[in-house]
Design a protein around this ligand. Structure first.
Ligand code: PLP
Length: 397
């Protein structure tokens, strides 16, 4: 029942034990130290640690509205993690969508411009799987409209654009420390503010309940124990755990990060960065050995950027159905990306601002074709060879 992990977020037993003792001793100081660490790492003037990346994004939308003095229309990528929709719904933001260029996973600039022309004054961009988007092109597109860009770097760990880490590019950025992220705290996220907005807005959040600490410790221990290919088949086979499923989650109130998560973030920083370097090496190896077959296309990376490859994205003409054995592909950790665009989610539809209808050709193509391959260090040489064999017999159907 060997089953590869879709992602591997390093966490050590020693880290869990130290985090536990730190939480008991000094709750507030731990969160403050983690905030200072994030401000240094992401070159931010202020870091606000929240219960999740979704909450941090919701807070980002709220403080941006405060800063602009009105509730602006937010332009969201039509193809991204459903949590981006959750955050906008939670913040009460009127929403417009813009299309994604399937070749780069970045914004389709013409579509983004149309959203701005139609009145959007906040733009959320979310680089997927750690593939940087062309930040310069986005800034050039947005500048004439004086809109605020929110950089949602939840999947950006280990990636950089022109030498700057993802998560450090915007006036407002968001990072996530969720269970499957490059740098994990088994939960948590951060809003990162720079410049005048950092000094101006009220970004205070309510404290978290103590029960969250216990839950985080239990989850961290379970992930440490079961997050290995020999055992992962067990949790992966329990349907109610919903591992690897993409579902829309209703918004939860914004609260402060669990102290346990803050402590785990500090303990796992070095291993998370080492893992990111290994992911990049594995992605380069995969890229070099990828069979040249019709129906298999890679994603273009902008000049001067380094991807973090949380997973390795591929556009496969027939999606998962072109593999000779879908079960084997899944056991090797190969997985489809998001099954629909945000435009298909009822909660997002209800939040849609008037005045803009569109076709989402890029996003819809990605929901049919985008498949991701694991890049982490728990993949053995045999796993990597198995992935290549499956790709070698991939047939466009
Ligand atoms: C692009 C993107 N934004 C936001 C989030 C939300 O982060 P979290 O899981 O910490 O709530 C995710 C989570 O996967 C994400 O992928």
């Amino acid at each position: 029942m060997r089953h590869q992990l879709p992602v591997y977020s390093p966490i050590s037993l020693r880290g869990i034990c130290s985090a536990t003792s730190e939480v008991a001793a000094r709750r507030t100081a731990v969160i403050q130290s983690a905030a200072r660490l994030l401000e240094r790492t992401y070159n931010a003037d202020r870091a606000v640690l929240c219960g999740s990346g979704t909450q941090a994004l919701r807070l980002a939308l709220r403080v941006t509205a405060q800063w602009l003095g009105s509730l602006p229309v937010a332009a969201l990528p039509v193809f991204t993690c459903y949590d981006v929709g959750t955050a906008a719904v939670g913040a009460g933001s009127p929403v417009m969508l813009y299309d994604i260029d399937p070749g780069t996973l970045g914004p389709d600039i013409a579509s983004l411009r149309q959203a701005l022309e139609s009145g959007a004054r906040v733009v959320v961009v979310s680089p997927l799987y750690g593939v940087p988007l062309d930040w310069g092109a986005v800034c050039d597109c947005v500048a004439p409209y004086a809109a605020v860009i929110i950089e949602d770097a939840a999947q950006g760990h280990g990636a950089s654009w022109q030498g700057r880490p993802l998560g450090s590019l915007g006036q407002v950025s968001v990072v996530s420390f969720g269970r499957g992220k490059g740098w994990t705290g088994m939960g948590g996220g951060a809003l990162l503010l720079r410049g005048e907005i950092a000094a101006t807005v009220d970004a205070r959040v309510a404290g978290s309940a103590f029960g969250v600490e216990l839950k985080t410790m239990v989850n961290a221990t379970a992930q440490w124990a079961l997050g290995r290919p020999s055992l992962y088949g067990l949790p992966a086979s329990i349907p109610w755990l919903g591992l690897g499923e993409t579902i829309y989650k209703k918004p939860a109130a914004v609260h402060q990060i669990a102290t346990t998560s803050a402590a785990l973030i500090m303990h796992s920083q070095a291993t998370a960065f080492a893992e990111a370097a290994a992911r990049r090496a594995r992605a380069a190896e995969l890229l070099g050995r990828l069979p040249a077959r019709p129906g298999i296309r890679t994603i273009e990376v902008p000049d001067g950027s380094v991807p973090g490859y949380l997973r390795f994205p591929l556009r496969l003409a027939g999606g998962m159905s072109g593999f000779s054995s879908r079960t084997q592909a899944q056991r090797l950790g190969i997985a489809p990306s998001y099954p629909t665009t945000l435009s298909a989610l009822e909660a997002v539809q209800q939040q849609m601002a008037a005045g803009r209808r569109n076709q989402w050709l890029g996003g819809e193509e990605l929901s049919r074709q985008l498949v991701t391959v694991p890049t982490h260090t728990r993949l053995t040489e045999a796993d990597r060879a198995g992935v290549l064999r499956l790709l070698d017999t991939y047939s466009e159907r």
